[in-house]
Design a protein around this ligand. Structure first.
Ligand code: PLP
Length: 358
């Protein structure tokens, strides 16, 4: 059976985490002379930030638990979802011994976090149609492989991973399977959150940075068994989510309908943008997307990219990434922004014909 203690880095079994004075008190009201804060307030602004934030974000987790239908003790909140990515690797992977497995082309932070933590990276490329190569993944896993990262919908390819393949890996793999659902609000399929109770080795990551429009406030979520969440809580910095973020997120969560409306608009604009891109001669393929961006294969990605940059239209050049040759990753913007993008791409094509005629 799945044994979280056998997976954890051994020295963390006896970790004594930092405990703030307020952890021991637990109440809301009182004379707080325990944390060496400024008792008067914060200079220059009416909103006071002189008190330390709630280290376990209880109010916010209550609200998220309600929205997601997940028990509070199965939720971890991080400074973006990049924080739980690092904490998971740091907590479960012994440097220079353990390994994580990723499925490129995919999100860059898994590799960066592995390198920072001196953890070996196993890579099993996605198939030509950007799906999980199940036999190759199962063959690559060895005794030191602690964690698989699966991004679905995947960045930068935009597609969902086959759900049956994901479930197969969760069932077969003895380590943690981390599903990064940063773009799940835009997807045509449900989240894997519903699988959490049945699978103690599953971790689902989501974020407030994309659909919720909170990238600047830095708030990410990890959903997992109580045992895994307990470990993340012990290893994290005590006050990892600041007061402004906690307060703002509580307010923003009341406006889920506003978020949903924007998601619908972005999806409609994605369809229009896809059609307009497909009309351009320089576009070879617009890949199907379950996210708020498009992977677009063009004739000469570096020159298109540099022309766009010159015109102050910034997209992501993914042409040096495996299986993404000559491809740009383009975020769906407002209708005006999408229009300017298309016009600029037309100008680029025109500039080529002009040169050719000279
Ligand atoms: C944008 C993104 C994130 C979000 O990171 P935050 O730290 O929460 O802003 C996570 N995973 C993927 C695949 C992303 O594209």
């Amino acid at each position: 059976m799945f044994d979280i203690k056998a997976l954890l880095r051994p020295h963390l079994l006896t970790l004594k985490p930092y405990s703030s004075a307020r952890d021991e008190y637990g109440g809301q009201e009182g004379l707080f002379l325990d944390a060496n804060e400024n008792p008067f307030g914060t200079p220059g602004i009416t909103e006071a930030f002189n008190r330390y934030p709630d280290p376990y974000q209880i109010e916010l987790k209550k609200a998220i638990a309600k929205v997601k239908g997940i028990a509070q003790n199965k939720i971890f909140l991080g400074n973006g979802s990049d924080e739980p990515i690092d904490l998971l690797i740091r907590s479960f992977c012994q440097p220079a011994v353990d390994k994580i497995l990723i499925l490129p082309p995919t999100y860059g932070m898994y590799e960066v976090s592995a390198h920072i933590n001196q953890v070996t990276l196993l890579e099993v490329s996605l198939t030509a149609d950007y799906q999980i190569n199940l036999p190759a993944v199962l063959a690559a896993i060895d005794a030191h492989t602690k964690m698989l990262f699966i991004c679905s919908p995947n960045n930068p390819t935009g597609n969902l991973m086959n759900r049956a393949s994901i479930l197969e890996l969760i069932n077969q793999f003895k380590g943690l399977v981390v599903i990064d659902e940063a773009y799940i609000d835009f997807a045509s399929e449900e989240s894997l959150l519903s699988e959490l109770d049945a699978h103690p080795n599953l971790v689902v990551l989501q974020t407030f940075s994309k659909a919720w429009g909170m990238a600047g406030l830095r708030l990410g979520m990890a959903f997992a068994s109580e045992a895994i969440i307990h470990i993340l809580n012990q290893v994290k910095a005590p006050y990892n989510i600041n007061s402004l973020t906690q307060k703002s997120a509580l307010k923003i969560l009341e406006y889920a309908e506003g978020k949903n409306q924007w998601v619908r608009e972005i999806l409609e604009n994605k369809e229009i943008l896809t059609k307009n891109l497909e009309k351009l001669d320089l576009v070879e393929k617009v890949f199907p997307s379950d996210a708020n961006f498009l992977l677009v294969k063009v004739k000469d990605a570096p020159s298109v990219f540099h022309y766009l940059i010159q015109e102050k239209v910034i997209v992501r050049d993914r042409s040096r990434v495996q299986l993404c040759d000559n491809s740009l990753r383009i975020t769906v913007g407002t209708p005006e922004e999408n229009f300017i993008l298309i016009q600029t791409l037309k100008d680029f094509s025109d500039s080529l014909t002009d040169n050719g005629n000279q």
